[in-house]
Write a protein that binds this ligand. Structure first.
Ligand SMILES: CC(C)(COP(=O)(O)OP(=O)(O)OC[C@H]1O[C@@H](n2cnc3c(N)ncnc32)[C@H](O)[C@@H]1OP(=O)(O)O)[C@@H](O)C(=O)NCCC(=O)NCCS
Length: 249
């Protein structure tokens, strides 16, 4: 099935669907509490990024979404992709906006498909649309802090071991990383602290439905690494590692 893919600048009428409950629930509740996300998704700020946000439509229904962000790279000490990954590139882009600094590259932020749309080449269509859009705007590089989609099955494996695990064809074992690499993406480095999500023990219980009865590392469904719990200090923190991939456009 071919998706019809539009930017939200082209189809502002699809914005509510992109943020509707079905696509939003692709993400575990705890993943929706990264405060850096507000610098991109808060409605007034998101208005700046409509040319970089996409809806994928099949049979009249929004079944996929994607977000990307332009940012200045190679200036003001930004000589390397940040260890802070997703959070940091959002902060960079926000700082560029308020400082009127011109962007020189684009970072992917998310590609999500409804579960019934997965495993059918749709991820590639969304990625291709994001690349084509960046290229059409004159950019030569798309970077992506990729969230490998089977990593949650091995939360205790260090990302540096997981990201470079290859199959017998020399491609990444992880399907989503493989999709990136197969079309020419190059794995650059790990972003060890790509997203940081912190909350009180009560908040984490609400987000996960779990009761936390000991301090230490706790594996949580959907998390790529264990959550660090401190009952004594009454907080838990999740630091998500991602994998920076570079697509030359
Ligand atoms: C991440 C995500 C977009 C990836 O999409 P996906 O459809 O699951 O596909 P992937 O690109 O990971 O994997 C492709 C696999 O699907 C299958 N596939 C792809 N095209 C296919 C087709 N035409 N027919 C049958 N199977 C196909 C294959 O198994 C392929 O693996 P292969 O390398 O062995 O061929 C999707 O899983 C998703 O929305 N996840 C939730 C949100 C998320 O985590 N997003 C990523 C963070 S940015």
């Amino acid at each position: 099935m071919t998706l019809q893919i539009f930017t939200l600048r082209e189809r502002p009428d699809l914005r509510a669907h992109v943020f509707g409950s079905e696509l939003q629930s692709v993400w575990p509740e705890f993943m929706q509490h990264d405060t850096a996300a507000q610098l991109y998704f808060a409605p007034k700020l998101f208005d700046r990024y409509l040319d970089y946000a996409f809806a994928g439509v099949a049979e009249g229904k929004v079944v996929a979404r994607a977000f990307s962000v332009p940012f200045a790279f190679g200036v003001d000490g930004r000589n390397e992709l940040p260890d802070g990954g997703w959070d940091e590139v959002i902060r960079w882009a926000h700082d560029d906006q308020i400082s009127n600094r011109a962007a020189s590259a684009v970072s992917a932020l998310e590609i999500s498909l409804l579960p019934e749309m997965r495993g059918r080449n749709n991820s590639l269509q969304m990625l291709d649309a994001m690349k084509a859009n960046a290229r059409a705007k004159g950019f030569s590089d798309l970077y992506a802090p990729v969230r490998p989609n089977q990593k949650h099955l091995q939360p205790r494996t260090p990302m540096r071991d997981y990201a470079w695990a290859l199959d017998d064809k020399g491609l990444p074992v992880d399907a989503w990383l493989r999709t990136h690499v197969r079309i020419g993406g190059k794995i650059v480095k790990i972003a060890p602290c790509s997203m940081t999500i912190v909350g009180s023990i009560a908040e984490w219980s609400r987000w996960t439905g779990l009761t936390f009865d000991r301090s230490g590392e706790v594996a949580i469904a959907g998390a790529l690494a264990p959550v660090l719990v401190s009952l004594e200090q009454d907080y838990a923190v999740y630091v998500e590692p991602n994998v920076w991939v570079h697509h030359r456009l």
